[in-house]
Design a protein around this ligand. Structure first.
Ligand SMILES: Cc1ncc(COP(=O)(O)O)c(C=O)c1O
Length: 461
């Protein structure tokens, strides 16, 4: 399992969890023999048998054949309702006809020139409307978006230090591969957490330029600003944490972060790679009503094509336009990706679509909460827009240290196995959440709740 472990055990008996996990794991193996065969072939040509380490899974990944609407089919021909949705990308539903038509038409007129096309102007304009920032550039992934944002903050301020949130994943470039999922004994004091590299390959000198802070605590942030006065280029944060289940901001927290960044001349960067096109028409920026200096986007904005975007103020746009900071890339604004993004943003993920996503999510969250309450599970539900999850903690979480010490990783893993074995395709590991698409409706929600009910009944019996 791609589990970045938590240290907590809930009130559910370990022996019971272990027995059920063994039984469900055996069932998983029985149901996915062709994936096992693919895994054997894949490991000969790809490390771990996967194109990205976030796809690693125990005993093997489920290899997917195709998808349509809210459904996917694996290489064994099993049908699942997709709540994984490509790590939060496919809010438009699989094989969306509007996006398919736009991309096909664009393909017939040529797919790549490395010169600007009308699509990039349209998409930049649409993003400016949604996120309240006037200037936009494009990238090919969330990693590239947050990398450009960090370059921009450092270049514009001529400072070196970056603040990031402890327990947040903001992509895999050096400046942010710090304190993503540190272990309990590595954390250091809460008021001054130790920067811990996420894996190997990052020079210590670079790691030390990134200062982690706990989420939802403006006082600690204030202390860090005071200790490093005049040195902090940028603060990068997910406005609602979405890589350790979902943690929304406390009331007033983002407003205070905004004030502190303005006071200290620090660029406030919202990493909206996950929240961007999923939690409202204008992402977290609109939903929480706090305006950052830079917004990083990727995932859902391009309807399943590999693209990202960086929004910025007019002043920061000047820093890029003058080429003081080089924001570059052969495939930036690729016409196919722009065609997909334009159709996604203007034809599919319209204000009405967000209303539907919100309503479907609310129904699913309420029904899961009802199951939790009826079975007395040590868990609660959390959700925003198209995103939601059951969090296996008896108490609400506010930051990564809560996640590490309160979330029952074994129980989360067991729930994942029940879902997969009951035809619900879910993100592996403990830390993720579900993402709905506009194709999800009552029948799909019923299937999710039935799988969750069977898990809840078995663990509480
Ligand atoms: C919040 C956040 N930022 C950045 C990234 C990196 O995006 P990508 O995988 O497209 O590089 C991710 C990926 O999951 C993410 O969740």
């Amino acid at each position: 399992m791609a589990q970045r472990g938590t240290a907590a055990e809930s009130s559910i008996d370990r022996k019971r969890i272990n027995e059920l996990t063994e039984a469900q794991m055996a069932r998983f193996r029985e149901l996915t023999p062709t994936s096992a065969e693919r895994f054997e072939r894949a490991t000969k040509v790809m490390p771990g048998g996967v194109p990205s380490s976030f796809q690693l899974n125990d005993p093997w990944p489920v290899y997917i054949d195709r998808g349509e609407g809210a459904l996917v089919w694996d290489v064994d021909g099993r049908e699942y309702v997709d709540f994984h949705n490509g790590f939060g990308v496919m809010c438009i539903g699989h094989a969306n006809p509007a996006v398919g038509k736009a991309v096909t038409e664009r393909h017939a007129r040529g797919t790549h020139f490395a010169a600007p096309t009308d699509g990039s102007i349209e998409v930049a304009g649409e993003l400016a409307n949604r996120f309240g920032l006037p200037q936009w550039r494009f990238s090919n992934s969330g990693t590239e978006s947050t990398m450009s944002a960090v370059h921009l903050a450092r270049g514009a301020t001529e400072r070196d230090l970056i603040i990031k949130i402890e327990g947040s994943y903001d992509g895999h470039h050096d400046a942010v591969m710090v304190s993503c999922y540190p272990d309990l004994d590595e954390l250091g004091p809460r008021e001054s957490p130790t920067p811990i590299p996420f894996g190997s390959g990052y020079p210590d000198a670079v790691v030390q330029l990134t200062r982690p802070v706990p989420f939802n605590d403006a006082e600690i942030l204030e202390g860090i600003f005071a200790r490093h006065a005049g040195k902090i280029a940028g603060l990068i944060m997910e406005p609602a944490m979405m890589n350790i289940n979902i943690i929304p901001p406390r009331d007033g927290y983002l407003e205070r972060v905004r004030e502190l960044c303005s006071e200290h001349g620090t660029i406030l960067i919202f990493d909206e790679v996950k929240t961007g096109a999923t939690i409202s028409y204008g992402g977290a920026t609109q939903r929480f009503g706090v305006q950052p200096d830079v917004v990083c986007l990727a995932k859902a904005i391009c309807g399943g094509y590999p693209g990202g975007a960086i929004g910025m103020t007019a002043e920061l746009g000047e820093v890029v336009a003058s080429d003081k900071v080089h924001q570059i890339g052969t495939f930036n604004g690729n016409p196919l990706v722009m065609a997909a993004a334009e159709a996604t943003l203007t034809e599919v993920l319209t204000p009405d679509a967000y209303e539907k996503l919100e309503a479907t999510n609310k129904a699913l969250l309420e029904r899961c909460q009802e199951v939790i309450d009826r079975h007395g599970l040590p868990a609660y539900t959390e959700g925003l827009g198209a995103k939601g999850c059951v969090i296996f903690s008896p108490e609400r979480m506010y930051e990564y240290r809560d996640y590490l010490t309160k979330v029952d990783g074994d129980l989360s893993t067991l729930a994942w196995l029940y879902h997969m074995n009951h035809g619900i395709f879910m993100t592996p590991g403990v830390e993720e959440e579900w993402t709905l698409s506009i194709a999800h409706d009552q029948e799909h929600i019923d299937r999710y709740v039935a799988a969750f009910e069977s898990f809840a009944a078995d663990v509480s019996s």
